[in-house]
Design a binder for this molecule. Structure first.
Ligand SMILES: [Zn+2]
Length: 309
């Protein structure tokens, strides 16, 4: 009797094992897509906020990596609760909250970091005295010391928390101006995710090949390509290269082509996104790309998974 029971149990285990193997064999390969949002610190115009809200209603299952900017809060005579409401109205519970910093003078002054005017990745930085704010195009990596960057990051994290947001641990540098000093400052402030690396060639749809931005990026990230995948910078910090740029630089067809290029090369992570400040113009490109990407994934037997890491 005992022998018979053991035999039945043995057969049952074999059958379960076979079922498990079969299920695994039928599991589709997973391809992950991260939608990132760069908040530039320029403006919070109603039409851009509304565009984001409508995208969230259309695709509630797609989470976003919200790379927020604390500079909106520190300028003179701003309506803090209006700013908080505008940002919050675009967020969903499955988003993660990070930082996107440009070297705005008002933020540096607030954080007691001495403002630097150079080097700059675009020539709109020569009128600090004439403008309400300036510094948007100054390179964080090239203009500031590691110590200053560390202070700026800590102060910016604190500002977000003080205004009711999560302590940011995700990051992208303005103008993708990431490098060794900024990386060390991110680690010192316990960031876990960075996306400051981009292949400069992804931006030549709008920037001249000899422009300061393209030349600086080729120096900062000489090895970067649109096929780059996430990698560990150290046990704490993972780099997620912005391997599909932002929608300002890519048409819908180009987004789909970048996706197919990644699939063709057996890559399984795509990092794309858009700017809040130009959402009304460029977010529709992403909205149109999503069903096309889903169709490609279905054709190729891939499971498309929208994630934040
Ligand atoms: Zn930016």
């Amino acid at each position: 009797m005992l022998t018979r029971s053991i035999s039945v149990l043995f057969k049952l285990s074999l059958w379960l094992l076979a079922l498990l193997c079969c299920l695994q064999a039928n599991a589709k390969p997973v391809f992950k897509v991260l939608v990132t949002v760069d908040w530039e610190g320029y403006s919070l115009e109603a039409e851009n906020i509304a565009q984001m809200q409508s995208f969230r209603q259309q695709f509630p299952e797609i989470p976003m990596v919200q790379l927020l900017n604390p500079v909106y809060f520190v300028r003179d005579q701003v309506n803090i609760s209006h700013i908080q409401q505008a940002i919050q109205s675009t967020l969903l519970p499955n988003d993660v909250q990070g930082l996107h910093l440009h070297a705005w003078k008002s933020l540096l002054d607030y954080c007691h970091v001495p403002f630097q005017q150079h080097p700059s990745f675009a020539p709109d930085n020569d009128a600090c005295k004439l403008k309400k704010d300036c510094g948007y195009t100054v390179s964080l990596e090239l203009a500031y010391s590691q110590q200053d960057l560390r202070r700026l990051l800590a102060c910016s994290q604190q500002l977000m928390v003080e205004h009711g947001f999560e302590k940011p641990k995700y990051f992208r540098a303005g103008g993708w101006q990431g490098g060794p000093k900024l990386t060390a400052a991110l680690i010192a402030n316990h960031f876990v995710w960075d996306s400051s690396i981009i292949a400069a060639d992804l931006l030549i749809t709008r920037w001249h090949v000899d422009s300061p931005l393209i030349r600086m990026l080729k120096d900062l990230h000489p090895e970067a390509t649109p096929l780059d995948q996430p990698y560990e910078v150290n046990p704490q910090l993972i780099e997620y290269p912005n391997n599909a740029a932002l929608a300002d630089y890519t048409t819908t067809a180009q987004i789909v082509a970048l996706f197919k290029g990644l699939l063709d090369h057996d890559r399984d992570v795509m990092v794309l996104g858009f700017h809040q400040e130009t959402a009304v113009d460029y977010l529709p490109r992403l909205s149109a790309a999503i069903p096309k990407m889903q169709a490609v994934a279905q054709d190729r037997g891939i499971e498309l998974r929208w994630v934040t890491e």
